[in-house]
Design a protein around this ligand. Structure first.
Ligand code: PMP
Length: 376
């Protein structure tokens, strides 16, 4: 049996999601826009899932739009807000450790007349709300920051930042990429103070290719995809009923156990760190108070890919930093103050509550063996 420790890259779909997907593929296959019974049934499935995601985020159903994933949600939030609010206000503030679906999108807007201000961690490797607030001014249309960094598990001070920004500049639109927090830490639209929130299905045991964007009432977005005006006219295209139904089913399943699972994964993280202390050459890159779901470590002196493939031979799957960068260094560890040697040897271990102590034992043993058997 393979040992899967790459849950920040993607998760195994749960049975409930698979059943909901199958039902929508085989029985409830209508087009939600059709006016007959089959269309209505499909629309009901989409509305049910919308309610589930809304309940998980603590908002009204009408504030949820379905997309093809968080990459699209982030693009729609940023490009849509920039187009709606950026005619005269040309500044976008973001953290320097955003996922590429945020970072690259903002870079693209920079080519079209927007100015990006990237806020960096201080020397202690931490972000401060005051630095984000100071980066904002009357010319800022949007601030975007992630809640949990996907490579290290670091939790950014989103709540403090957004409330301070809104106090000083009520007109600035606030967007949060909550992909690595959703269904792992309690995420509530009210607490977060975000106008826009992106989440993804495949990180919460649903299928790949579905996500959602929360849009608070009163926030205007210019559509990025135009067409048949589905999803309130903001995101055209026939809704993927199967994937959306699966997303709703996974959210329903996970929502009641967020706290329990958080405790369990925290226990697993504690155990992992305790066992890792046996290997002198291994350093931990994740902060103690980060999300327990992501633990980033460096087997200093051994390149990430070499260790990753050594572990793979034992059917233990981890990631070298972030899967999205396919092994290319993303620069996130450097942002957090780690040198090149540390970044070159980084491994990301990302867990679920279904992982076990004995799987961690196998992983730690494999890291020990890998460290002594491989070079470079
Ligand atoms: N943001 C973060 C923080 C992520 O970890 C990911 C997935 N790697 C994404 C956005 C993109 O999500 P999706 O795969 O649904 O496009």
């Amino acid at each position: 049996m393979a040992v899967y420790f790459d849950n920040a890259a993607t998760t195994k779909p749960c049975e409930e999601a698979v059943d909901a997907i199958m039902a929508a593929l085989t029985v409830n296959y209508g087009n939600p826009s059709s006016l007959h019974r089959a269309g209505l049934d499909a629309q009901l499935a989409v509305d049910g899932a919308r309610k589930s995601i809304a309940a998980a985020l603590g908002c009204e159903s009408r504030c949820i739009l379905f997309t093809s994933g968080a990459t699209e949600s982030n693009n729609l939030a940023i490009r849509g807000a920039a187009a709606a609010y950026g005619r005269r206000k040309k500044k976008i503030v973001l953290s320097s450790v955003e996922h590429p679906s945020v970072g690259e999108t903002v870079s693209d807007l920079e080519k079209n007349g927007f100015e990006a201000v990237r806020v960096h961690p201080r020397d202690d490797g931490r972000f401060y709300a005051a630095d984000f607030v100071n980066a904002c001014d009357e010319n800022t249309c949007l601030i975007t920051m992630m809640q949990v960094n996907n490579e290290t598990g670091y939790i950014l001070p989103v709540i403090e930042t957004f409330s301070a920004v809104k106090r000083r500049f009520p007109e600035i639109i606030t967007h949060c990429d909550c992909v690595q927090a959703f269904m792992k830490l309690p995420v509530s639209t009210k607490k977060l103070g975000a106008d826009l929130i992106s989440v993804s299905g495949h990180k919460i045991h649903a299928a790949k290719g579905v996500g959602a964007l929360y849009v608070s009432r009163g926030t205007r977005l210019t559509p990025v995809i135009t067409g048949g005006k589905q999803e309130g006219g903001i995101r055209s295209g026939t809704e993927s009923v199967p994937l959306i139904a699966g997303f709703g089913a996974a959210a329903d399943k996970l929502q009641p156990t967020i706290n329990q699972r958080f405790e369990r994964v925290s226990e697993l993280k504690r155990y992992f760190l305790e066992r890792l202390a046996e290997i002198e050459e291994v350093k931990v890159n994740s902060p103690e108070d980060g999300s327990p779901y992501v633990v980033n470590i460096s087997a200093v002196g051994r390149r990430s890919e070499i260790m990753l493939h050594f572990l793979e031979k034992r059917e233990i799957y981890v990631s070298s930093g972030s899967a999205c960068s396919k092994g290319a260094q993303s620069g996130v560890l450097a942002e957090f103050g780690f040198d090149g040697r540390r970044a070159d040897s980084a491994l990301r271990i990302s867990m679920t509550a279904d992982n076990t102590e004995s799987e961690i034992d196998l992983l730690v043993q494999a890291i020990k063996d890998g460290y002594s058997e491989v070079r470079g």
